[in-house]
Design a protein around this ligand. Structure first.
Ligand SMILES: [Zn+2]
Length: 271
């Protein structure tokens, strides 16, 4: 599932493709249920003719501010990805929506499981208001992380994945972060020691940035970049049967935490 590095890499790829500054000339919706708001007719009529000013990201949402005050918002969910291609390039069969640009190229939303979501909004506050702080950037200090986890008895694994607690981290990077910081995934959020908090905080920004930069070089990828060969090779915690710990060569354990498969090493993440 796309997480912050995948969405940030997608945003950078779209900017590198020169999407900004181009107007949307036409919209084709092959899976119109992806559009959450407004209604289909209004979505198409409002969007056509508007120029994409830039591409940004908040949590796992991609934001496309438009020149008439609207913002196109996309969420890739489980299997979505975006491509900018010439109209003459054959469309991937799983293309669900596409946006014809004024230079003839197409922004293509490819989504095998049809779970991606799209909004066209004048005000994004209501959609984005409940999100926790962004883990990249100077504002995300240890004390901010500490306040995110204070009084939270849920397992740290679940809290890291909770978009209302911290924005952008998902199942895979939560496991990678806890492994790198030697923290047991079932530790209650409020139960982290100061050294554990410091170790976790020290891992977050470098890991997410390094993953973003690696994934950006493998763009465009027809599928969730985390599942690309480059993406999977980079993971320190093997996901699957009979995984071996990259630190101690012991077995990797799998437990469900709030319904999500969680992989960890019982030796390296004992505490
Ligand atoms: Zn280990």
């Amino acid at each position: 599932m796309p997480e912050l590095p995948d969405v940030e890499a997608t945003s950078r790829y779209l900017l590198n493709s020169g999407l900004a500054g181009h107007a949307v000339r036409n919209v084709e919706l092959f899976w119109s249920r992806a559009v959450r708001t407004p209604g289909i007719e209004d979505f198409v009529l409002t969007l056509c003719g508007q120029r994409i000013e830039t591409v940004g990201r908040r949590a796992k949402f991609l934001l496309f501010p438009l020149d008439q005050g609207w913002t196109l918002v996309m969420h890739l969910r489980m299997t979505g990805s975006l491509l900018v291609e010439d109209a003459t390039t054959p469309r991937p069969t799983m293309t669900r929506n596409l946006y014809v640009l004024d230079d003839g190229r197409e922004l293509r939303f490819v989504d095998p499981r049809k779970l991606g979501q799209i909004w066209l909004l004048q005000d994004t506050d209501a959609l984005l208001a409940g999100l926790g702080p962004e883990p990249l950037g100077p504002g995300f200090t240890i004390s901010v992380l500490q306040s995110c986890l204070a009084k939270r008895s849920a397992p740290i694994k679940a809290l890291l994945c909770d978009q209302a607690v911290i924005a952008g981290i998902g199942n895979i990077y939560a496991d990678e972060l806890l492994f790198a910081a030697n923290i047991h995934p079932l530790t209650p959020g409020s139960g982290l020691s100061e050294p554990q908090l410091a170790r976790l905080h020290a891992e977050i920004e470098p890991m997410l940035l390094e993953a973003t930069e690696t994934l950006t070089t493998s763009m465009p990828y027809h599928g969730p970049p985390t599942e690309s060969p480059e993406g999977l090779q980079r993971l320190k915690v093997p996901r699957g049967r009979n995984g071996v710990c990259s630190q101690c060569t012991g077995p990797i354990t799998r437990v469900p935490v709030r319904g999500r498969s969680t992989y960890y090493c019982e030796v390296c993440q004992a505490a």
